[in-house]
Design a protein around this ligand. Sequence first.
Ligand code: DQA
Length: 148
Amino acid sequence: MSNEILLLSGPNLDQLGVRSPEIYGTQTLAEHVARFSEQALREGLEVRHLQSNFEGDLIEAVHAARESSIAIVLNAGALTHTSWALADALATFGGVKIEVHLSNPAAREPFRHVSTLAGVVDGTIAGFGATSYDLALDAVIRLLARNR
Ligand code: DQA
């Protein structure tokens, strides 16, 4: 059985570190991914990461994950609020699915209050900065243990 978590990062997350650090913090995406991957490896889980600014790349990665991954952790960036196509793709993935955000979209502009993805994932973790990724990994581990 696979031990792979697909970690997906959507549009503009490649700009972390320089993009609105007062909201998203100063850590780069590479730093978040390295920390997440190291912690996952300690639990015997491998991480494959993809960042894309293109919706279709993320959708195709979700499709491919049906064959390769036991869990998807995704920060879809602003696609969270707009992409029914990404939600439809996620609905086809039968493994563990966690939506993650560095900021707390519910406490920000009204357009961020809607998530197209929230209804097709196991749960959402938002608002804890870098710790959101730690909590997402913890959630994956607990859900995998429960489903075993
Ligand atoms: C985000 C929140 C989204 O509203 C925003 O568009 C992002 C980042 C977060 O991690 O807080 O790009 O997903």
